[in-house]
Structure formats: C-alpha cells, structure tokens
Ligand binder design. Structure first.
Ligand code: ADP
Ligand code: MG
Length: 680
C-alpha cells in the first residue's frame, strides 16, 4: 500500500450535494435537459449579446461548463451560419476535435460530417453542409494557405487557448490581423480559468466574459515519500482507492500511449487475479491514437455497482470532461517537447508537470461532487519542484514548419510578427537556416518554388523534402509508404506481455539490411500484399489500426503528389534510391560512429541507437535518424544506414567533404614533422 497524507483542499464554490446520476444525464432523451443544466446556459443571452457587440471576446470558464460544445451551437441557433458561412472551433488535440464534434452532432440530432463535422490532419469528416467545424488548431492554420482572409467563416473560436500550443499561438497573430480588415468576423478566445488577462491585452483589451464555475471542493493528498516507480504506484493506488473508497469513478493521468496501455494491462491483470474478491473495475484508456469507438466508451455511464477508471493523457486535463469522476490520481508527469536551438535537437521527454497543470487535474475530481485528488509526489515536491506554469510550446519547439507556413502566407518579417510570447531568437534563426539548407528558402530568406511545394504538404519540412526528393530518385511509391509509416510511428508493432518472444521474432522477421525505414516499408508492403488483412496483422504482431491509419495517410499524401509535381514511380527493389531520398530530407539528422560511440555529425552530440531498432546490433558507421527521444539516454528512433558520400550528393551546400572524412581512416600528416596541433 501507499501512504497518502491529506494536505490541502482545493476550495469549491458550492456546498456538496448529491451527484446527479450520470446514467440519467447521458440518456439520449435527456440531452436537452443536460444542455440546459450546463453552467454556460443561464448566460446564453448575455453571451450572445456580448458577441454581437464586440468583435473579439475572451471567454473564461471552468472546464466542463459548456464552452466547447454549447457556444458554437448558440451561434448556430442565432443565425451566424446563414448566408453559407461557417463557424470554426479549434482544439489543440485531435481526439478532442473528434470527440467534441461527435457529441455536438448528437446533441443537434444530425449525422457527424453533415452539419457538424471535424477536420484533423489526414482526416476530414466534413461536407458541403458542414457549418460547425471542429478542427485542430493546425488545420485552421493550414486554412490560411487556401483562404488567407478566412472569408467563409463568420466566427472563429480559438478554444483551449490556455494550452498555448504552437499552432494556437500562431493563430492568435494571424487572426488578430484578419480581424482588422474583416470587421464582421467574430473572434472568440475560450480558455479555462488561466491567463485570460494576457489574451485580453493581446487583443487590444478585448472584454473578458466569465462563466461562473461550478466546482465542489477537492481534498488533496500527497505521498509521504517520493515514489520511485510511478506506474507501479499508480496501479497500486487505483486498487487501493477501489477497495477503500466510496463509489465514484477514477481518472488517472499518465504521459502517453505506451504507459497507458501498460497501466491498463497491469490493472486488468491484477483485477483478474483478485477475481470476485473485489467489485467490478472497468479499465478504460484514452489517448490520441485510440480508435473512436474505444474513445466513446469512456463517456458511457458506469454500470451500478461497478467503478470506472479512465487512464488518460493530458487530454482529460481540460479538453474532455468525463462525468462521474470523483477521484483523480496524479503522478505529476507529462510528456513535453523540448528544443535546444544551439544544437537543433528536439526531444520528447517525460517531465514533471506544472503547478497550474496539477491544479487543473485536481479540479477534475470536483465536478459532480466533492472529490479527492491523490498526488503521487510529496507536498514538498509540489512546493519546490514544480514550475508555476507550463512554458508555451513556441518557446520549446523547432519552428521549421511554422516559419515555412508563415513565409508561404507572405509574412516575411518574422522577427516582427505579432507573437503573444516570442520564440527565442536563436530558434527562429535556426529554422530559417534549416529551411535554407533544405532549399525551401533562398539566400534572401524568400520562399523558393521547392519551398512552396513543401508548404503544400501537411508534414514537417524534412518529410516534405524527402517526398519531393523521391521524384529525382524515382521511388515515390516507396517514399510515400515510408512517410505514412513514419507518421504513425512507434505504434506499428504489438508486443503483448505474455507473448514477448513471439512478438519479437515476428518483428525481427521484417528486418531488411539498411535499417528501420526499410523495415517499415517491408511491413507495409507485405500487409498490402495480404489484401490489407487484419488477420495478417494479428499473425504478425502488427497493430491493425496503426496500419489502417498509415494507409489513410498514404492515400492522402498520394493525392497531393500531383500538386507538388511528383510522379508515381517505384524503385523496383533498388533500395539505395529510397535511402538516398530519405537522406535528402534528413541530412540534418545524421550521426557517425566514433571510438566513443555515436556522435551527431554537426554538433558532436552523444546519441544512441534505440534498442528496438533493426540496426541496434549492426552499428553502421554512418546513419540518419528520424527523431531523438530522451529517456534514460538520448536515443535515436527509426534509424537508417547511409554512406557519407550521399550527404555530399544530397546536401552539397550543407556538408563539406572534409567534415565527412572518416576519422579512423584518416592518417597522420606525413613528412611535415609537425604535430597535429601545430597544423591546427
Ligand atoms: P468546456 O469546453 O467548457 O470544458 P464542454 O462543452 O466540453 O465544456 O462540455 C460540457 C459538458 O458536455 C460536459 O460537462 C459533459 O457533461 C458533456 N459532454 C461533453 N462531451 C461529451 C461526450 N462525448 N459524451 C457525453 N457528454 C459529454
Ligand atoms: Mg472545452
């Protein structure tokens, strides 16, 4: 058991009352009643009046008050979509966009994709009839490419603004500008109760509309001592809550799919072993790549007598509200991108979440009744180790993508772009340099023809470049597959705990000389030959839904090839061509083997091949990697063996022959009699 100490209480606004029964609340016929019961409802008229009289309105409200699902509907009812205009509502997360759109379609009694739809990268569930468009912030950003004045929209609602994702931050600057020359466009910035004054100031002191929250008190507990293994501690604590606490569902915050799946498996396993000694515990995961039918399950009411435990990523922090949660379990971590502009290295790391985040999480326990939040860290750690707030993404990510997009929108002077918080100067500079090296910008920083094409593809500049380069190496068929497989990354192979040996053998069977990109290609090709069969996936320990998604992505990318003037062609088994095309995009991500292990070529950083890589044992001299992931070490994930001469072939402006000389082959200078140092 884990010992918790009760420390503080998150103040509630209301006296504890009997929770409304979630079963009732979620029955179809009660939907309108539920809508009327939401905190935003009493403010409907007042809110609409405020929107009518101000162009920009900041809306602040507790999570679950109805901002996302209700406000667009109010606007629809009010006639904002007449004259064929649309309402956009952006979400930082794909899952949220899908799930919320599905909910709203149900509330309006329409089929998802008709009047209400969603649009996320590689998946468009909208039609001609769609007037309420839920979309990721990244998708709205791309809309600017085809419609710079957003003329087909009457209202743009930038939702979950407090998340401060890179795309949301860029949207702020662009929308502020559009609003100036489109006075009839309504702009709503919706946020949880954080930071709203900042938004108001940014939008020329736009008024803030506050929806008073409804929140019950939440008791906060901390562990007495730090927990070494938070995953194990989570599982133990959930069971502890289940056995000792009164009814109420549990929400657990973990950092990503792998962790969530592991935790769910452990929980189910232990419940099975405890059998009838405990009441029924429904274990439900929620993360970005979860198929939508599985996602929908978290919203289903818990059967009487049972308890539901939802194991979620940050998505459940503010984007999704699950009724019936009374207990929150918070290990205090999240997965965060970080970026080092000096080395140009981006990595995804599990880091302690911020205090603001921890408090949002705790708040999830107090929505329907007084709740409890168990933090798997000490009160001391909360006080001393957690940052106040999360640093906005724009300050800890690479900007290649966004800079390319802004350049395509004709925004030349990025240093003076209207940023809510500016990115570090070095990061901007490095993005420009990288785009120049990729041939997307010329030496004046202007977009080239190739840069324009790269911006057309909804992927990272390096991946775009790889796709464009497949034209030269006549292997676009293969490169499309590689690109698609890379974008469903890390969830291709299935490795159940009880069949680890079989699963690993199955994976090794796909290995091809050359490296992981070719392995991905191999998996996809064999799957395609099986007729895209799910049975084949099952037999080969491959995740069917990841493959299905790869197929979707591939189809979409194939559809865009014509636009970027790349013809369909196959390398006919000449994989060197595929490898060269990949190198043409990823020559930035290269490493060489030195006496002391792998070092990145330009920055001389120590890196390691990920143990899952097909090249883990091969240790080739030169390689490129798709991404770096920092766990215990700086690991390169998806690794491809290359030859150093290719670097000169694909990026002569970036590499000099001298720096690609092999240190082992290099002889000491002869005859001069001078030492190396003297030679400089
Ligand atoms: P906010 O955006 O202010 O956080 P939402 O509009 O997302 O609030 O949610 C309002 C309410 O709608 C939630 O409290 C929940 O009761 C309900 N709700 C939202 N999504 C779903 C769903 N998929 N299934 C059932 N109920 C939902
Ligand atoms: Mg919301």
């Amino acid at each position: 058991t884990i010992e918790f100490v009760r420390a503080t209480q998150l103040q509630g606004d209301e006296e504890p009352a009997a929770p409304p029964s979630p079963t009732q609340a979620q029955q179809q016929e009660c939907i309108q009643a539920v809508r009327r019961s939401l905190p935003v409802f009493p403010f409907r008229e007042e809110l609409l009046a405020a929107i009518a009289s101000h162009q920009v309105l900041i809306i602040e409200g507790e999570t679950g008050s109805g901002k996302t699902t209700q406000i667009p509907q109010y606007l629809f009812e009010e006639g904002y979509t007449k004259k064929g205009l649309k309402i956009a509502c952006t979400q930082p997360r794909r899952v949220a966009a899908m799930s919320v759109a599905a909910r709203v379609a149900r509330e309006m009694g329409v089929k998802l994709g008709n009047e209400v739809g969603y649009s996320i990268r590689f998946e468009d569930c909208t039609s001609e009839r769609t007037v309420l468009r839920y979309m990721t912030d990244g998708m709205l950003l791309r809309e600017f490419l085809s419609e710079p004045d957003l003329a087909s929209y009457s209202v743009v609602m930038v939702d979950e603004a407090h998340e401060r994702t890179l795309h949301t931050d860029i949207l702020f600057g662009l929308i502020k500008d559009v609003a100036r020359f489109r006075p009839e466009l309504k702009v709503l910035v919706a946020s949880a109760t954080l930071d709203t004054a900042r938004f108001s100031t940014f939008f020329d002191d736009a008024p803030v509309f506050r929806i008073p929250g409804r929140r019950f008190p939440v008791d906060i507990f901390y562990t007495k001592a730090p927990e070494a293994d938070y995953l194990e501690a989570c599982v133990v604590s959930v069971l502890q809550i289940h056995v000792t606490q009164p009814p109420g569902d549990v929400l657990v915050f973990l950092t990503g799919q792998e962790e969530i799946e592991a935790a769910c498996e452990m929980l189910q396993d232990r419940c099975r072993r405890l059998g009838s000694k405990i009441r029924e515990l429904l274990v439900l995961p929620i993360y970005a790549n979860l198929p939508s039918d599985m996602q929908a399950r978290i919203f289903q009411p818990t059967p009487p007598g049972a308890r539901k435990v939802v194991v979620a990523t940050n998505i459940a922090e503010t984007s999704l509200t699950i009724e019936g949660i009374i207990y929150v379990l918070d290990p205090g971590f999240c997965k965060q991108k970080s970026y080092n502009p000096r080395t140009g290295m981006e990595s995804l790391t599990v880091t302690p979440c911020s205090k603001a985040s921890a408090n949002q999480r705790a708040g999830r326990a107090g929505r329907v009744a007084a709740g409890k939040c168990f933090r798997l860290y000490t009160a001391w750690a909360y006080q001393h180790e957690l940052e106040e707030t999360t640093v906005p993404e724009i300050q800890r990510t690479s900007l290649g993508n966004v800079v390319l997009l802004l350049k395509s929108l004709g925004i030349h002077d990025l240093m003076h772009f209207d940023f809510l918080d500016p990115p570090p100067y070095e990061t901007l500079l490095l993005a420009l340099e990288q785009l120049y090296a990729l041939g997307a910008l010329n030496h004046l920083g202007e977009l080239t023809t190739s840069g324009r094409k790269m911006a057309e593809l909804p992927v990272d500049p390096m991946l775009s470049k790889m796709i464009l380069a497949s034209e030269k190496y006549s292997c676009s068929e293969e490169i499309l597959t590689v690109a698609a497989m890379l974008s469903v990354n890390n969830s291709i192979f299935y490795r159940p705990k009880d069949k680890v040996v079989h699963a690993d053998n199955a994976r090794v069977n796909f290995f091809l000389p050359g490296g992981d990109h070719l392995v991905l290609l191999n998996v996809y090709t064999q799957w395609a030959e099986s007729g895209y069969s799910s049975q084949w996936c099952y037999e080969n320990f491959v995740q069917f839904r990841s493959m299905r998604r790869a197929r979707d992505v591939r189809e979409q990318l194939e559809g865009l090839l014509e636009r970027v003037e790349v013809g369909l062609s196959s390398c006919q088994g000449d994989y060197i061509r595929v490898r060269k095309a990949v190198t043409a995009g990823y020559f930035y991500h290269t490493a060489r083997l030195t006496r002391s292990g792998y070092r990145t070529v330009k920055q001389q950083q120590t890196v390691f091949i990920h143990p899952n890589s097909s090249l883990f044992e091969e240790q080739p001299r030169w390689l490129l990697y798709h991404e770096l992931v920092l766990t215990t070490k700086e690991f390169m994930r998806q690794v491809l063996e290359i030859e150093s001469s290719w670097l000169l072939e694909v990026a002569p402006h970036y590499y000099k022959a001298k720096e690609l000389e092999d240190p082992h082959a290099k002889k000491m200078p002869k005859k001069t009699g001078k030492t190396r140092e003297e030679l400089g």
